[in-house]
Design a protein around this ligand. Structure first.
Ligand code: NAD
Length: 477
């Protein structure tokens, strides 16, 4: 049985209810979580408030930084344990789960170094005045986390909030809690004060909603679907609580005829098969210059046919999807494609012997997808890549910008002027030129425009969102 972690102690929910933890590789339950309620959120917020006012707000930046660095080292020491927990919980292949644990350590390392470097400015003003600003923490921040990258999203969100001087109440996804409960325990082991990091598990519409509505939460960082993002923003608006929304994407990769196709092919494949396509920044739309449409699709088709899906522990190219409803969602999209007569270029294969009950989906490459079809417009959140031909630069930009999302874009061309011209015209939060994702750099501010959300996480930019600015004007005659 897993417990909430509040004020450095494992505690049961006051509801007395639990939720099963399912292994996506075989569909079988193997553990249980607390099905918490509003009362548990209130307990966690009170513990956090107590920590903030009596301990955390009195630490210097350097002292906070040392704690974050100790946690980073501890995570590195326990990376295998954390990766194993996340692998079973979320169906991640070994390489992916390990990489996520390493990224988590890196977030705490990065933000450890930032704790004592946050400062305001002095401002020139009228004669006889000295004016300056202070960057102050919000106090207790709430973090609602999805299931696709629990460790990474916890690292970027909670790491940044703590560095800026806040304390945290975290609501992980009901499908992905195990690693985060363990990280909170590790934080206590390395000396984090009781109440600095609190984890409350449960269902979104129960405990997530209670967190979003709690008057003691002074900032909400939400990562998840656009639909739930709207609910969070509405709940927060009722009490004028600031929110960062990291929502979905339908990100384009744009390949011009002058691109280095040897670099394009593996990057395009990785951008859609990583985490079985369950990545907000998945490169799920492939826009190809008409001149190379056929040959590039042929090359990609060969790679897709050789991709293998299997149980997480087999460490294949892809693991299972997170849960049965997600598998059904992908099947629904694919059956719509069939009805619309959208041609399939190639698909991978589920390995022999994969357990019957696992949520497997072979990666699929589709071509000539009508730009207004829901496959071209909506986030599948599975390993489905849709290809479209374009005839000109303007046509490529038009297609790229023609969804409600704007998270990330990939641009493949050797033409330097075109690189900058298009980077300016693409509506999104990050543009990658001749690469996709830049290795996930924790230093690089991340977030979207349009329905991909607002606010930024990652990098030093995130610290601005996790603080509020106070202006002090002193008249000294
Ligand atoms: P989701 O929106 O269903 O759930 C996200 C979190 O919100 C979970 O913890 C869930 O329990 C909680 N929640 C659900 N209903 C709630 C409610 N009514 N009130 C409060 N909380 C509630 O998303 P998901 O299925 O877990 O994750 C997939 C989505 O997340 C995709 O759309 C993906 O693109 C997005 N995502 C975005 C980013 C990004 O940085 N932009 C990163 C990862 C995932």
């Amino acid at each position: 049985m897993q417990y909430n972690y509040i004020a450095n102690a494992s505690v049961s929910s006051s509801s007395g209810r639990s939720i099963p933890v399912i292994d996506p590789s075989d569909g079988q339950p193997f553990d249980e979580l607390q099905r918490s309620n509003a009362q548990d959120i209130d307990t966690a917020v009170q513990a956090a408030q107590q920590c903030f006012s009596t301990v955390w707000s009195r630490l210097t930046g350097a002292e906070r930084g040392r704690l974050l660095m100790r946690l980073s080292h501890k995570i590195t020491e326990c990376a295998d344990e954390l990766a194993t927990l996340e692998q079973r919980d979320c169906g991640k292949p070994t390489k992916q789960a390990r990489a996520d644990a390493v990224a988590l350590a890196r977030y705490f390392e990065f933000y450890a170094g930032a704790c004592d470097k946050l400062h305001g400015e002095t401002l020139p003003y009228l004669d006889g005045y000295s004016v300056f600003t202070w960057r102050e923490p919000h106090g207790v921040t709430g973090h609602i986390i999805p299931w696709n990258y629990p460790m990474q999203i916890f690292g970027r969100s909670v790491g940044g909030a703590l560095a800026a001087g806040n304390v945290c109440v975290v609501k992980p996804s009901e499908d992905a809690c195990l690693s985060l409960i363990r990280v909170a325990q590790l934080a206590a082991e390395v000396g984090f004060p009781a109440g600095a990091i609190n984890i409350v598990t449960g269902l979104g519409h129960e405990v997530g909603d209670a967190l979003a509505r709690h008057a003691g939460i002074a900032h909400i960082s939400f990562t998840g679907s656009p639909a739930v993002g709207t609910l969070i923003a509405q709940a927060a608006a009722l009490r004028h609580c600031p929110v960062t929304l990291e929502l979905g994407g339908k990100s384009p990769q744009i390949v011009f005829a002058d691109a280095d196709l040897d670099a394009v092919v593996p990057a395009v494949v990785n951008a859609i098969v990583q985490n079985a396509g369950q990545t907000c920044s998945a490169g799920s739309r492939l826009l190809i210059d008409d001149l190379i449409y056929k040959p590039l699709l042929e090359r990609l088709g060969e790679v897709f046919e050789n991709l293998r899906v299997g149980p997480a522990a087999m460490d294949m190219d892809l693991g299972p999807l997170i849960r049965q409803t997600q598998q059904q969602r992908v099947w629904d999209f694919l059956s719509d494609a069939q009805v619309a007569g959208i041609p399939m270029v190639a698909q991978g294969r589920v390995v022999d012997g994969a357990p019957e009950g696992g949520y497997y989906q072979a990666p699929v490459l589709l071509r000539d997808v009508p730009p207004d079809h829901r496959l071209a417009q909506e986030e599948v959140f599975g390993p489905v890549l849709c290809a479209f031909p374009f005839k000109s630069e303007d046509h490529a930009v038009h297609l790229a910008n023609s969804t409600r999302f704007g998270l990330v874009a990939g641009l493949w061309t050797r033409d330097g002027s075109r690189q900058l011209r298009l980077a300016k015209r693409l509506q999104c939060g990050q543009v990658f030129v001749n690469n996709y994702g830049a290795g996930g750099g924790v230093e690089l501010p991340f977030g979207g425009v349009k329905s991909s959300g607002y606010g930024r996480e990652k990098g030093l930019e995130a610290l601005l969102g996790f603080t509020t600015l106070k202006t002090v004007a002193v008249k000294h005659g």
